[in-house]
Design a protein around this ligand. Structure first.
Ligand code: CMP
Length: 139
């Protein structure tokens, strides 16, 4: 069974480029309801914790550097089959492989500067949502 919640972050590259509004609009147009939204920053220790699963990857330090380099927009999204449908909407991690019309195809520059994050499982969606929002923020 699949859940109806996923988590996304608009990353510092997309925020800096002024694409936050266009990306949120695309998310809404594709049937996702925004349940929580926050403009915030990751300190290095926050980025290290959020991406702890990648700590042994060669790109980890550079990813942490990038993700703490400017504001991000975190959001909880709701839709039937949310995790899978959202990953379809954002496209492949590397924008060079992303399908036409996907958010990464439209707004991402490279495999690292890839504009948005999307949870890869229902379980991680919950963990990632709880990283940025506590239950009292939600309705
Ligand atoms: P995201 O979906 O947020 O999950 C992990 C992130 O690490 C990914 O998006 C990219 O920003 C980054 N990433 C993944 N693979 C690479 C890579 N090969 N080189 C640099 N960054 C990467």
């Amino acid at each position: 069974m699949t859940g109806n919640t996923t988590f996304t972050m608009i990353k510092p590259d997309a925020f800096e480029a002024g694409n936050t509004g266009l990306i949120l609009n695309k998310i809404i147009e594709n049937g996702f309801k925004i349940k929580a939204l926050r403009l915030t920053y990751l300190r290095k220790d926050n980025a290290e914790a959020f991406y702890a699963v990648h700590k042994d990857r060669p790109f980890f330090n550079s990813l942490v550097e990038f993700m703490s380099s400017g504001p991000i927009v975190a959001a909880i999204l709701e839709k039937e089959n949310a995790v899978e449908d959202f990953r379809k909407l954002i496209g492949a991690t590397n924008p060079a492989d992303a399908a036409d019309g996907t958010i990464r195809k439209l707004f991402a520059a490279s495999i690292q500067y890839n504009a948005v994050h999307g949870s890869d499982s229902d379980e991680n969606a919950m963990i990632e949502a709880n990283f940025f929002f506590n239950q009292f923020d939600r309705h």
